[in-house]
Design a protein around this ligand. Structure first.
Ligand code: SF4
Length: 369
């Protein structure tokens, strides 16, 4: 089974930390853009005829900022052009400042069964620092509209003036309001964003403080019954994100829209990041791919190890042998021995110990050194 991703690059305004492909001032292009996405889907349908898809993820940007009729047409187009399983997980990302009762009703009607809500923090002054268009009240209102639905909340750590207590409050708020899944990410101050100035001025928590925040967040999540299944992802009642699990398992996926990337048959390709260029390509009946790379066997193996070590299940030794034709523990015995204090070795798996999961990046770097 493979996944479908669609990128909707429009937002109400630009958040102070954002370096995603998103445009705060181009909502007027939404209709034309969506028509191009439907066209891109139709153009890809033939080559993906033999594929079965069991997830559709509508991300951005802010997909909830555009009229719901375009989302309904998008899902209809995905169903028309691809073999999308009847029980597919269909997720939409939403900003709490852009939702309404009628929008959510329309989403449910067209088959959306998972909602990913950008809460980020339950502290209004921090939301305002981040340039978010919503406040805590908006999140609570949005959560009320999603009552009984499978919804996820995004939580950020490492914010200016953020305390461990703020993180615990944010997680508690998300849980109290019905979130069954929480993604907890550390703020990355990207060069060129306003938050980068805060970073240069030493106004953001340092690495040790962020690690402490993460540890406190993990504890709080565990106390509320959230199970960690990937370094940044936690869920209740087994509500893992099927779409993201596919990425971490090196599954195949096809992306549509500006900046979307795909990986089909071990070829990774990415669409242009430029909106005008995207329009130009699709309207002249071409694809908008700007970069394409075939992943060789060695690359596949490396990716598999990197992605699997991010997850709490770790590397499945039997699966590794089936995929790559060798014993992981023999081929990588030197690395396993070097990192033995950070790894948990079971009979069928090897994973990073829970207490080291947050620093998995440096462990993975050491693994490949
Ligand atoms: S809502 Fe998301 S994509 Fe849009 S500007 Fe903010 S962080 Fe970027």
């Amino acid at each position: 089974m493979a996944g479908i991703y669609v990128h909707i690059p429009f937002c109400k305004s630009k958040c102070s930390y954002c370096d995603f492909t998103s445009y705060p001032d181009k909502l007027c292009y939404a209709e034309g853009y969506m028509a191009c996405v439907y066209r891109e889907m139709a153009k890809r349908s033939k080559e993906l005829k033999s594929y079965k898809f069991d997830t559709l993820y509508i991300g951005g940007g802010t997909p909830s900022v555009i009229d719901e009729k375009y989302i309904a047409m998008l899902i209809a187009s995905a169903k028309k052009n691809f073999n999308l399983a009847p029980d597919a997980e269909i997720t939409i990302e939403m900003n709490p400042g852009t939702v309404s009762e009628s929008k959510i009703r329309a989403y449910k009607k067209c088959g959306i069964n998972r909602f990913s809500v950008g809460l980020q923090t339950a502290v209004d002054s921090q939301l305002s620092d981040l340039g978010r268009v919503h406040d805590l009240k908006d999140f609570i209102g949005c959560a009320k509209l999603l009552k009984g639905e499978n919804f996820s909340a995004d939580v950020m750590i490492g914010l200016k003036n953020q305390t461990v207590g703020d993180i615990e409050k944010t997680i508690q708020t998300a849980s109290d309001n019905g979130a069954l899944h929480i993604s907890m990410y550390a703020l990355t101050p990207e060069d060129g964003t306003p938050v980068y100035t805060d970073y240069l001025n030493g106004e953001l928590p340092d690495g040790d403080e962020v690690a402490q925040m993460y540890g406190a967040g993990v504890e709080k999540l565990a106390s509320l019954g959230f199970e960690r299944y990937e370094v940044s992802n936690f869920c209740k009642d087994g509500k893992k994100s099927r779409h993201n699990l596919n990425y971490w398992r090196r599954g195949e996926y096809i992306g549509f829209g500006v900046s979307a990337s795909s990986c089909i048959n071990n070829v990774r390709f990415t669409n242009t990041f430029d909106l005008d260029e995207y329009f130009k390509c699709i309207l002249s009946d071409c694809f908008a791919v700007i970069d394409s790379e075939e992943i060789d066997r060695e690359g596949q193996e490396e990716e598999y190890i990197m992605l699997r070590l991010r997850t709490s299940d770790g590397i499945d030794l039997n699966e590794f042998k089936k995929l790559f034709g060798c014993e992981f523990t023999e081929k990588y015995s030197v690395q396993i021995n070097k990192l033995k204090d950070s790894l948990d070795r079971g009979s069928d798996s090897i994973k990073i110990k829970d207490e080291f999961l947050f620093v998995q990046n440096s462990i993975i770097v050491e693994f490949f050194n």
